[in-house]
Design a binder for this molecule. Structure first.
Ligand SMILES: [Ca+2]
Length: 211
């Protein structure tokens, strides 16, 4: 009888454990859901942002609740040359980007100069945890570029209303300035987990999350 009772206890405990397990299977956790966040409408309007060594242009985004990682960025570029992909957290005292760069990655020259405004997708070598409340309070982050070369590359601007005002830029030695006449066409690829992306860009949803 005691044996039966202990068997029943084990079975009940097993049942409880079964219900306590997360609903997704462990092997599902290697599959990442991704979305592309955007503050532009997709047309470059043949306007562009340029800079010189040390200049920065970034787009401000707020991570959706489900998103934990920044895994890539998309740039609408013309007259391509190498540049630094940069990720910055918000300033403590203003809506501007903060001073310290949280992540930097060289985007190498692709060889043949790219003279048209085409989308370039860059995957981060190390995904950035945008739920890090110290670096990115409220899931707010800025992703963009720092120029290495004079006036190359160009980044397309969306100048047609609505303008979401997501863009900030700076020149070396000067404070950040809010760009209000257009949105730089730099997008953020966010993911719920780190793993093999499902669908990649085909799952992308253009969202103007930051206004
Ligand atoms: Ca627009």
């Amino acid at each position: 009888m005691r044996r039966l009772r202990s068997l029943a206890t084990v079975a009940a405990a097993g049942l409880l454990l079964l219900f306590a397990l997360p609903s997704s299977c462990p092997w599902d956790s290697a599959v990442a859901y991704e979305e592309v966040l955007s503050c532009d409408d997709g047309d470059s309007d043949w306007q562009y942002a340029q800079g010189w060594e040390g200049c920065r242009h970034v787009a401000k985004y707020e991570a959706p609740e489900w998103a934990n990682w920044l895994v890539g960025a998309q740039y609408c570029v013309g007259y391509f040359n190498e540049f630094y992909l940069i990720v910055i957290g918000p300033s403590e005292s203003s809506p501007a980007p903060g001073d310290s760069v949280q992540y930097v990655q060289l985007v190498p020259d692709m060889g043949d100069a790219q003279s048209r405004f085409d989308w370039l997708e860059v995957r981060l070598e190390e995904p950035v945890q945008i739920r890090n409340s110290g670096a990115f309070p409220g899931g707010v982050f800025f992703v963009g570029a720092e120029w290495i070369h004079y006036l190359q590359p160009w980044f397309a601007l969306d100048m047609v209303a609505p303008v979401h005002g997501c863009t900030w830029h700076m020149t070396p030695g000067n404070p950040w300035q809010h760009y209000t006449i257009g949105d730089v066409m730099i997008r953020a690829i966010v993911s719920d987990t780190i793993g093999t992306p499902v669908g990649g860009a085909t799952w992308s949803a253009v969202k103007a999350l930051y206004r």
